[in-house]
Write a protein that binds this ligand. Sequence first.
Ligand SMILES: Cc1ncc(C[n+]2csc(CCOP(=O)(O)OP(=O)(O)O)c2C)c(N)n1
Length: 988
Amino acid sequence: MDFAGFFEAYEEIIRKVNSGRLSPSDFEGTTVTITNPGMIGTVQSVPRLMAGQACIVGVGSIGYPAEYGGADPQTLAELGVGKVVTLTSTYDHRVIQGAESGEFLRLVERLLTGEDGFYEDVFASLGVPYVPVHWRRDVNPAADSDERMQKQSRITQLIIMYRARGHLIAELDPLQQEPPAMHPELDPATYGLTIWDLDRPYVAGEIAGKRGLSLGEVLAILRDAYCRTVGIESMHIQEPDQTAWIQKRVEGADASMPAEDQRQILKKLNEAEAFELFLHRRYVGHKRFSLEGAESLIPILDSVLDDAADAGMDEVMVGMAHRGRLNVLANTIGKSFGQIFREFEGSIDPDSAQGSGDVKYHVGASGKHTSRRGTDIVVSVASNPSHLEAVDPVVEGMARAKQDLTERGGDLVLPVLIHGDAAFAGQGVVAETLAMSQLRGYRTGGTVHVIVNNQLGFTTGSDYGRSSQYASDVARMVQAPIFHVNGDDPEACVRVARLAFAFRQQFHKDVVIDMYCYRRFGHNEGDDPSFTQPLMYEAIEARRSVRKLYTETLVNRGDLSVEEAEQALEQFRQRMQQAFDETKDAGREKPASVERRPPEPAAVRPPVETGVDRSTLDEVAEVATTVPDGFTVHPKLEKWLGQRRAALEKDQVDWSTGEALAFGSLLLQGVTVRLAGQDTRRGTFSQRHSVLVDRRNGGEFCPLAQLGPFNVYDSLLSEFAAVGFEYGYSVANPDALVMWEAQFGDFINGAEVIVDQFIAAAEDKWQQTSGLTLLLPHGYEGQGPEHSSARLERFLELAAEDNLQVAVPSTPAQYFHLLRRQALRDLRKPLVVMTPKSLLRLPAARSAGAEFTQGTFREILPDPRQPHPSVVSRVVLCQGKLYYDLAGRMEEEDVRGAALVRVEQLYPFPAEQVRAQLELYPKAEVWWAQEEPENMGAWYYMERVMRARLGVELTGVSREESASPATGSLTLHQQEQRKLVDRVLRGL
Ligand SMILES: Cc1ncc(C[n+]2csc(CCOP(=O)(O)OP(=O)(O)O)c2C)c(N)n1
């Protein structure tokens, strides 16, 4: 087909039809225009809007929905050159009737009814992506009323499908990698609807608050709402008010944006791009994980922060990974260029010269955002490790702690989590964090999630990276609405950001913005992405920045004058210049010396008096064992409460009573106590019963909560997110006693990322302190490989530079003092406690009332039998349950030659106290006894530390080395335990 001839003839026709109202000069710069007489308005506006670009508008679109090229200039402008949607194989009688005869009619006829593939050929020849929509010819236009009714219901179905699946044909990918395709459930033909139906009114219901709109108008509204540069998933939400809320705001919404908002978006894009270009030029090849290709993140954050500030919120708590982090710190938090620059130079900040530090794209910061209305809000970005998404639960914990602390109540701290698409889809902690979002112990009133969806994870594309359609699919499980948006349409991004924030405020739920974008460079700036994604990177290279595209769109739409565009460009240049100026001389400064002195061994700190008046203890015991009138306690627990009440009196305080006394006395001192874990309210071993349940009506009563803020929660069945959350909480509320309890200590391995990268290392890396306490049931009782060991060895391996406290208290009173010390000491250090299981009920492991009224936690406990040095040939250092096994057998068999010294705190190591004990028995050998296999427990640590700190060569007694922590056979366990005790008592 000779297209050139066709176009010429066609333009001629257009001019004729417009009767001279259209001057040929209006077409200047326009490569191609195909249109028809019904679109005079469009024809006039197209050249203005699309100057300099190829403009293709579908023929046969008279009165059709705007996306088919209806007379809607803005729509056409948005369509741009990228994509054209038109109709083929249609027969539009109105064109024929309304138009003139002759050449024009013949061409129109050919176009409209013409050969299938006509438009495909046209657009293919022009290299313009194109979506054909085929309409079925209506055989019987004079359908009877029955059929009309059926059609109404099919239209209703079509409407539902647009709401549910419209996002599938939305224009989300700025790179347009997949050829656009119509989805059958969105194709009117699937529902037997024809072109003849477009003008018929839809009478079955209301849409966009209007009744009786034609199908054409209905489709136009739905396509505008769901299929343009925003695709919305909300139909998985089972709450009708929430879906209706979204529909009300997007269907028939005016997408135009006030000029001042457009200027603000442009300003933020200027800042975002200028920052990256500055770093790119100044630091060629340096890793910065640039935001280029995803700059619309900055206007999104700007919008959310503005809205949060204007809503009177206290703070926005941001969690994010590497990508764009420096840009966010500079342009959202307001971190100075100078500071960022110094970090690039590798200089050490003299004010924070402690610790080993971290790479520049991990360190947190805090700043202030001032909204355009002039309201201030604090914004913090949490420090995070490389381990992607690990910071999510931490940020939630921080936000919750701050919410709990604010006297104004409500969820006035907004968590914002920024994710990569690959990480969001792949990391399980994302699901765990979402799963906790509505739970009473964890909820934060809704998090705004932004996925910076650059469609790659390092080198891995989505076909290898996920099984789900979208990176965001995991969020559907909590019925969060998901707004997919094309990052190259910054106005749409901001509209969506506003909607997301408003939804969170309204429904106090999580909400997701999935911003499709691209990554201009490799994973980092030194990486060549074309090895693995050559085609994608060809497209990226050809793509102009979102700032440039947006400026042009504004100019083309007439929203920005050429002078204003130049001013914006000038702003952009100034921003770059400012960055260069601020950092001009800094590069000449020599980086500070980075030599680190070897650390001193961590010392045991001076004791803290943690005893409590007897009257206070009695008060706590009374409150802890009293229920309100009319409350029916379970009969077994009634007995238990009675025993607990008498425990102090009888000097028979068991473990959980000792714990209750610690909690209660702290509450009376005004300390907030927070304890969370799996089945923690009752206690895995049915030992705690911190919340009683009315036998008759299921009502709950928490006795200790009568004394103060005692927040005890059964957690979701998670370790990673659950520990992360408590860690974050403890950072943000340093005055509270924050505890996480494992079901069995063994399961802490599920939270190893939080232990390694936050609990152990955060102070060293980021000077971020935490007083989190981990309660980890540990002990060899024959319960098998995963119910025996909290992996004490791992914590001891992590212990360095005074980063942790690791304790194995062996009596209720010791536990009491340890918890109180943790809450009352000025210092905040994580505390890892190996807690007991069988000792919870062991009569020998009870404490007398007087042990609670005085004293402090004792890092070591000497042998209470005080054996005479002359008979002691062996000092056996040991701990926890093994002590009771050894002491019991020594008692039974009247063994006197060994002194049992319990090491209750392993780190910081109480070297001087151990030395003092050993000095009591100068002639004795020094042994270490442990239940754990040789390659586990504290043995390697003790051997090293005793040699290094005290010059003592230890003899170790343990189970044989083993790949698995414990045997699964009770009989074998008992044999092993007996052998272990025999070896200690009788010599090896
Ligand atoms: C848990 C974890 N596994 C692997 C890595 C190594 N890694 C760093 S970035 C990255 C790709 C992340 O892709 P995406 O989440 O899409 O974010 P993007 O870098 O594209 O912004 C990988 C695999 C990591 N940091 N953390």
